[in-house]
Design a protein around this ligand. Structure first.
Ligand SMILES: Cc1ncc(COP(=O)(O)O)c(C=O)c1O
Length: 374
C-alpha cells in the first residue's frame, strides 16, 4: 500500500523582500548605464525619501548605522555629553552613540515597546544633549511630549527610524521631528540590500551631511571637513526606488496583515497582541506579541518552526546587557523594568506583504497550538 503524504506547505519566513520585474528592470538599466556609484538613481531615491518623511532634504547613505553616525556627527555630539535612548533596540543605536564618545542613558519603554516620555524626562540633566527615540517595530514614539521636552531643555532630536518607513504621529511622518535616520537593510519594509538615509528640514545640516558622506568635499576637491565615504550606490538606489514608489501599498498590506493577525489572536489569554495608540500610524516592520508570564518562548518558537513558520525575538536582551557595553564607562545601566519584562516575553510573527490569508491563518493556528504545550 502506498501512503500519499500531503505536500509540505512552503515555509513562512519572518521577512521576504518583494522584488518584482520593475526592480529588475531598473537595476539592469543601471548596470547597462555603466554608472554604478552614487549618481542620478541616488538623487531619485532621495526625492522619494523626502516625500516619505515630509522633509525638505534627504541624504542617502550606505546603511542605517552610518545614518545614525552621520546625524550625531553633524550635530557635533561628543565626549562630555549624554544621549537618551531606549534600552529596547538594536545594537546600532548604542554603537553609534558610543562611537561619538558621548554617554548613553536609557529611558524605560511603555508596553507598546516605545520610549516612555516620563522616563525620558526623569533622565534629563546638565549633560543631556540629544534624545534618540527608536520607532521600534515601525511604531513611532509618542513624539508630542518628547518634542516638548526637547524644546524646553534645548535638546537635539535624532530619530532612529530604521524600522519606521511611512509611520506617522498625528499625520506627521517619522523622520520629520529632527534628524530622521532610516535603514534600507534587506529585511526592512523597503530595502536596497544595504542602505540608509538621513531626513531633515535643516538646509545647513543637509549640506554638511552631503559633504561628510563624500570625504568632506563641498565641491570637487574642495574639502570642508574630515569626511567619510558613506555613499550609497546607484545599484542600491535602483533596488529601492520601485518599492518607494509603492510605499503606501506596502504599508497598507502590512497594516492589513497585522489586523488579520490581531483578529485571530486577540482573544487568546496567553498572548497580548500589539496595540496602536490613537493618532499613530504603525508601519508594522514587525508584528510582536507578548507571551504571558511563565510561557516558554523557546518552546513556542521551536514548535512554530516545526510547523514551517519562522518567528523572531527582537531583542533577546537589553541593548546594554552584553559584554561590549555592560561595564563600558559611558553606559549607564538605568533601571528600566518594563523593557526588562518585554525582552523576556516578546515574540515577532511574520507580517510581511508576501503573506496570503491562508498563511496568516497558519501563523495564528500554529501559535495557538504551540501555546497549548509551552
Ligand atoms: C532600530 C535599528 N537601528 C539601526 C539599524 C541599523 O541599520 P543598518 O542595518 O541599515 O545599518 C537597524 C537595522 O538593522 C535597526 O533595526
Amino acid at each position: 500500500m502506498t501512503v500519499t503524504q500531503a505536500p509540505a506547505q512552503p515555509r513562512i519566513r519572518i521577512s521576504a523582500p518583494q522584488l518584482g520585474p520593475d526592480v529588475e528592470n531598473l537595476v539592469l538599466s543601471v548596470l547597462r548605464s555603466g554608472h554604478l556609484a552614487q549618481g542620478p538613481m541616488v538623487e531619485r531615491f532621495e526625492a522619494l525619501c523626502t516625500a516619505m518623511a515630509g522633509t525638505a532634504h534627504a541624504v542617502a547613505l550606505a546603511n542605517g548605522t552610518v545614518a545614525l553616525d552621520a546625524a550625531l556627527a553633524v550635530l557635533d555630539i561628543g565626549p562630555g555629553q549624554e544621549v537618551i535612548t531606549s534600552p529596547f533596540t538594536f545594537a546600532a543605536t548604542i554603537n553609534a552613540i558610543l562611537r561619538t564618545g558621548a554617554s548613553v542613558r536609557f529611558a524605560d519603554i511603555r508596553d507598546d515597546f516605545t520610549i516612555d516620555p516620563a522616563s525620558v524626562s526623569a533622565l534629563i540633566g546638565p549633560a543631556t544633549t540629544a534624545i534618540m527615540p527608536v520607532h521600534l517595530y515601525g511604531l513611532p514614539c509618542d513624539m508630542s511630549p518628547i518634542m516638548s521636552l526637547a524644546a524646553s531643555h534645548g535638546l537635539a532630536m535624532v530619530e532612529d527610524a530604521a524600522q519606521a518607513h511611512a509611520a506617522s504621529v498625528d499625520g506627521r511622518p517619522a523622520g520629520s521631528f529632527g534628524l530622521g535616520c532610516f535603514s534600507f537593510y534587506a529585511t526592512k519594509n523597503v530595502t536596497s540590500g544595504e542602505g540608509g538615509c538621513v531626513t531633515t528640514d535643516d538646509s545647513m545640516l543637509a549640506e554638511r551631511l552631503r559633504a561628510m558622506r563624500n570625504q568632506g568635499m563641498r565641491s570637487r576637491y574642495d574639502y570642508a571637513m574630515i569626511g567619510q565615504n558613506w555613499r550609497m550606490t546607484d545599484v542600491a538606489a535602483a533596488i529601492a526606488i520601485p518599492q518607494m514608489e509603492h510605499l503606501d501599498d506596502i504599508t497598507r498590506a502590512r497594516q492589513d496583515n497585522a489586523a488579520v493577525l490581531t483578529s485571530l489572536l486577540h482573544t487568546n489569554p496567553s498572548v497580548t497582541t500589539p496595540s496602536v495608540p490613537a493618532g499613530r500610524r504603525h508601519a508594522w516592520h514587525q508584528y510582536t506579541v507578548l507571551l504571558e508570564h511563565g510561557i516558554d518562548r523557546d518552546r513556542v518558537a521551536t514548535s512554530m518552526s516545526s510547523d514551517g513558520i519562522d518567528t523572531g525575538v527582537y531583542y533577546p536582551g537589553l541593548v546594554w546587557d552584553h559584554d561590549a557595553y555592560r561595564h563600558h564607562p559611558s553606559v549607564h545601566r538605568d533601571h528600566t523594568p518594563v523593557a526588562r519584562d518585554c525582552i523576556l516575553r516578546c515574540l515577532s510573527l511574520p507580517v510581511h506583504p508576501g503573506l496570503s490569508g491562508h498563511d496568516l491563518q497558519r501563523v495564528a493556528e500554529s501559535l495557538e497550538r504551540a501555546l497549548l504545550v509551552a
